[in-house]
Unconditional design. Structure first.
Length: 427
């Protein structure tokens, strides 16, 4: 089947159904948060009566009907040094596909290499949103750019993005700030979510825990891509500090990426009790690991939401998060916040380990229950000026809260639905 011909069963059966075409780069087979968000939002759009179509790069062309709707893969080259990321580089082919698909809405999850699609959407008179999955200045800083230069570059990039798209969707107030500070007014807020059925405290497995840690050892887990912007080395630094202090602890790293070899070498040279699992594709196995841990570490300083941390909390495991990220806003009191270095993370781990275990686990789960995927789907649909045409129990959310009331425009408390799409970006 060629990309551009619709598979059987994807027609718009409901009156008022929208074809929401979604574009994303940097989605590797072993990627985590973005792939999860795309899957769960697609499932939610479909369950709500709309027609989601996802276009992503891959090794070869394919066109499949899946639980998240139609997924079209176009060949895209590998980016060297990224651990498997590919990008859509053939603009003409992507543009032709968009014309064939004739979307009612466009949703883009890449503010750099795919920003040109905003101009395509304006010419085609298709309302388009850009989803900000990371802060531009945060990513630039993690790659070594000085703070002032990173901020200036981010401001220029964000102004162009806001001009290009009808709306910019941010998942947290933290992510929204870099747009608000430059006067952007077409930003809307829509949270991501967590599968509260698939992730739950009952997944805790004493046998699994025993394979990784002894009874007198704290089991620390970090679930992250092993790349520069995620700062996975902070987790190893924290473990080293804990061991030096006499705290019995081990670390399990679930994730892969370009830094894996360097991190494994560091662990060997320093004699640290670290197990590297690589990418864990079995979601049930990953959930059991998260539920069996005593503390989850989320050291990424540029995170604008932090799905892995939220999944751990849904499993009843408290988390330590970077003070530089959006995660303090997400976790509330159900974890601990630390500066971006190993000693501070070690302090936070010791704080969490000192809390009564049952109370800490209940608090983590209760906070996660504020973020069901049902709420997230309705918020994203509101960002598209779309409604829920039918209700279903999909996405594991168990949550039909009308979320548009939570989706505030930058600068006031108006809902997304109160602001119609505009042709310009900053009006």
């Amino acid at each position: 089947m060629s990309a551009g011909s619709a598979p059987v069963g994807t027609g718009r059966a409901d009156a008022g159904a929208l074809r929401i075409v979604r574009l994303a780069n940097f989605v590797a087979p072993a990627s985590g948060g973005l792939r999860t968000a795309l899957r769960e939002l697609g499932k939610g759009y479909r369950a709500a009566g709309h027609e989601p179509v996802l276009i992503v790069p891959g090794e070869r062309e394919s066109d499949r009907d899946t639980e998240q709707g139609r997924v079209i893969t176009l060949p895209g080259p590998l980016l060297p040094g990224t651990g498997g990321y590919r990008v859509l580089t053939d603009k003409r082919r992507v543009a032709r596909l968009l014309e064939d698909l004739a979307p009612d809405r466009l949703e883009v999850s890449d503010r750099t290499t795919l920003r040109w699609t905003g101009k395509w959407a304006r010419r085609a008179r298709v309302p388009a949103v850009m989803v900000s999955h990371e802060t531009a200045d945060g990513v630039l800083r993690t790659w070594g750019l000085p703070e002032g230069a990173a901020r200036r570059a981010a401001d220029a990039l964000n102004l162009r993005t806001a001009h290009t798209y009808a709306r910019v969707v941010c998942t947290t107030e933290f992510a929204e700030r870099e747009f608000v500070r430059i006067g952007v007014r077409n930003v809307v807020r829509a949270p991501l979510g967590v599968d509260l059925v698939e992730r739950h405290p009952a997944l805790r497995d004493p046998g699994l825990r025993g394979r990784h840690a002894r009874a007198d050892e704290a089991l620390l887990v970090t679930c992250t891509r092993l790349s520069v912007e995620k700062r996975p080395g902070t987790a190893l630094d924290a473990l080293e500090a804990l061991v030096r202090r006499g705290t019995r602890a081990v670390l399990v790293v679930a994730g892969d990426g370009p830094l894996r070899g360097r991190l494994e070498q560091r662990a060997r040279e320093r004699g640290l009790p670290v197990t590297f699992l690589g990418h864990v594709s079995d979601r049930g196995a990953l959930g059991a690991l998260q539920a069996s841990a005593d503390v989850c570490l989320a050291p990424g300083p540029a995170e604008t939401f932090g799905l892995a941390a939220l999944e751990a909390m849904a499993c009843g495991t408290p988390v330590v998060v970077s003070a530089s990220s959006a995660l303090p806003e997400v976790i509330g009191a159900a974890g601990a916040v630390a500066a971006d270095h190993g000693e501070a993370f070690a302090d936070a781990v010791e704080t969490l380990l000192s809390r009564p275990r049952a109370e800490a686990r209940e608090q983590a789960r209760a906070r996660a229950e504020c973020f069901g995927w049902g709420t997230a789907v309705e918020a994203f649909l509101a960002a598209h000026d779309a409604t829920v045409l039918r209700r279903a129990g999909g996405s594991g959310a168990g949550d039909t809260t009308v979320a548009s009331s939570r989706v505030a425009r930058a600068g006031d408390d108006a809902t997304v639905a109160s602001r119609p799409f505009v042709s310009g970006g900053l009006g």
